[in-house]
Write a protein that binds this ligand. Sequence first.
Ligand code: S3P
Length: 434
Amino acid sequence: MSGDNMELTINQIKQLKGETAVPGDKSISHRAVMLGALARGTTRVENFLTGEDCLSTVRCFRALGVPVEGPDNGCLTIQGVGLNGLQEPVTILDAGNSGTTTRLMLGILAGQSFCSIITGDASLSRRPMARVTTPLAGMGAKFIGRDNNNLLPLAIRGGQLKPLNYQSPVASAQVKSAILLAGLFAQGETSVTEPTISRDHTERMLKSFGADIKQEGTTVTIKGRPELKGRQVVVPGDISSAAFLMVAAAILPGSEVTIRGVGVNPTRDGLLEVLKNMGGQVELLNLRDQCGEPVADIRVKGSDLQGTEISGNLIPRLIDEIPIIAVAAACARGTTVIRDAAELKVKESNRLATVAGELTKLGAAVEELPDGLIIKGGKPLTGAVVDSHGDHRIAMAMAVAGLAARGRTVIKEAQCIPVSFPGFADALKSLAVE
Ligand code: S3P
């Protein structure tokens, strides 16, 4: 295995063996910076993900006048400025490649009585933002942006917000979180109802910072204008990064890998269920609570996997894992059908198209559906040159497929991997048995 600026080369290996940890959870790292900034007092974040996306969030808050020290050895210290303490930025806020930074920041900026402008890279500038600007405009914020306030760059003039009861058409934690964060600035109760529950890290963390927030079914309600208090946050390992190592171990016979300290929040653990349904051997060890989030060590052994069906309420619980699940499916016996996943078309790339296209180059039988994929497993994979399309999760999914493919696989545009998993190639190298 060798990597340079643009390409990652992966050779077929026998198996993966050993123990490792993965970097901190991306969703939780973003939220720790945001709530730390809006709280009073100091917030210390340990095991903060120093991936590009979370660094974009840090840069945005520094531009809004929040003192943030670090990251230093995975630790970040934020001197919170309180709900009314953000300052009008003199520069354009740059969210880089990060949808979470943009959509959650839009919720926060909607509550500020100043003007700000946010933008991002080419991929982010194609992704839909009306899903948050429309409800936030309903609360009283004003936006100016392309395609009827749907596309970056977006200018925001916030201010006095009214509370809102919002029925979201999509199960999206970014939409839910944007509205809940805006709800912090509104007088009264703001609620969001989702079709299916999405990841609940915002709710858990808001509660631990002192907000009055409650959940009933798929509705979350927050009381505006709380006094948030800074605290220590120890970020769990990211299950969405662990997923690549888990699937690599599951598809390579004789493998046994333990990943220490991974977040296993029930709104994020769909991959564990899917691997078990496919006949995988997955064990959770030392299940414990860490700052309000469940954490465990995950042990995966190589198994003879079989195809499965994935749809409905399960989809939001594994939305970021579908590219790597497709790799597991390509290496399994029988057919895997994934439905109800049209949201994948508006991720960092159109992940239905990019997964189908790139896995096919390795010899897999993948058919793209309007809302999913059909993968006929068991065709032997052969190394080839594949493209990440600038999407970190596509790059890593193809790298794992490359471990099982005969010969050599070259992943082009692999420089996007540190968006979520700095040290990915080294983690594979440390576990690989050639
Ligand atoms: C995220 C929510 C999900 C997920 C993304 C991170 C978050 O996006 O795909 O990687 O941190 O809230 P959606 O809200 O668009 O489903």
